[in-house]
Ligand binder design. Sequence first.
Ligand code: FAD
Length: 396
Amino acid sequence: MSVKDVVVIGAGAAGMMCAIEAGKRGRSVLLLDHASKLAEKIRVSGGGRCNFTNRYTRPENFISHNPHFCRSALARFTPQDFISLVEKHGIRYHEKKLGQLFCDGSSQQIIDLLRHECDAAGVEWQMPCRVSNVERISASDARFMLETGRGLVSTRALVIATGGLSIPQIGATSFGYRVAEQFDINVTRLRPALVPLIFAPEQLTSFSQLPGIAMEATVSCDGAKFRENLLITHRGLSGPAILQISSYWKPGFPIYIDLLPDIDAAGWLLDHRNSPALLPNLLTQYLPKRFAQAWTEAISGGQPAKPVNQYDEKSLRNIAAQLHGWQITPCGTAGYRKAEVTLGGIDTRELSSKTMEAKKVPGLYFIGEVLDVTGHLGGFNFQWAWASGHAAGRAA
Ligand code: FAD
């Protein structure tokens, strides 16, 4: 049986960061993961270039039942702290937009950075390694006993960094939530987030032939609003604006799409009230042509489009209102297989915001995406993984 100061289960973004910090403090650290390939989620992130942080990270970029929880950890490990690490390893990066930082090369550079820092901090690895049982014990040097595929391990501090449920095909499991249940720690409702939205076939007849068409729009739902690109897919809508709003969408809720966020649509349409052009042809001034045709058909219940001069003022105002607030109700999401993250998780009211330690189970820590702290799209989820991992690594 091996005896450790700290065992971290899950060698992803948060787990590696935690192991590095604990190792640097001289703790004996074992990092184990059931996967055979290291940090697959980092590898696939940011289209293979890893959007590793966001310069403008603020607590407002995170969704949680306990919105202030993330403040302390984010303040103690900032985007600049991670950027310094990236620069120390000579990794070249660029800002794509809105403070989002990506590697110039590939995500593998971030994995190599973390692996290298773990090795420098003396972290011991076990991969692939399954944990079949976790038990609380009370020994002078240990509080937990783990049964693993490679034997028994006892430890004073146990850190759960097994992430969320998204992309089960690359190793996501519900392990972290099950450990929480075992120790009577509440888990908030889980849902796929940062995920494409799906529409019923009858809503889609006009649009399903247009996959790949993209446009900038403002999308809102349940008080949240994002202006980004929107993308038509075979089954519904995707693109950054939709991924962002999906984190706020709940079954049955409509979403509202402002297709012309920069112009006064009513004023513009009324200026053209004498135009003989067909309505969709006029709309192509601002919208992609095939989308304009499908959209006009959709809002007129399948009626053929008319020349603009055949609409009365009330109809033109009504069309303008729909251009600014096209209301559609998704019938679902594309699910965990396509979601970037899991919304909800370990109830943070059960944890210390300074250390991530469970209040009622001394020595048990939860970090990263397994917590009920979900970032917006744009590098915030990794920043949370680094910051929460750092906080636990300094304490465990
Ligand atoms: P993970 O990185 O998921 O790590 C969890 C680890 O635990 C994994 O290695 C897994 O194998 C292991 N594990 C799971 N179950 C067990 C078990 N039972 N036993 C042992 N080990 C286990 N966020 C950004 O900020 N920027 C991006 O560019 C970005 N792009 C993304 C692209 C995609 C396609 C996806 C799916 C997500 C993306 N994210 C991005 C989100 C980000 O990847 C996650 O929020 C982040 O990886 C969470 O870190 P974590 O350490 O908590 O979990």
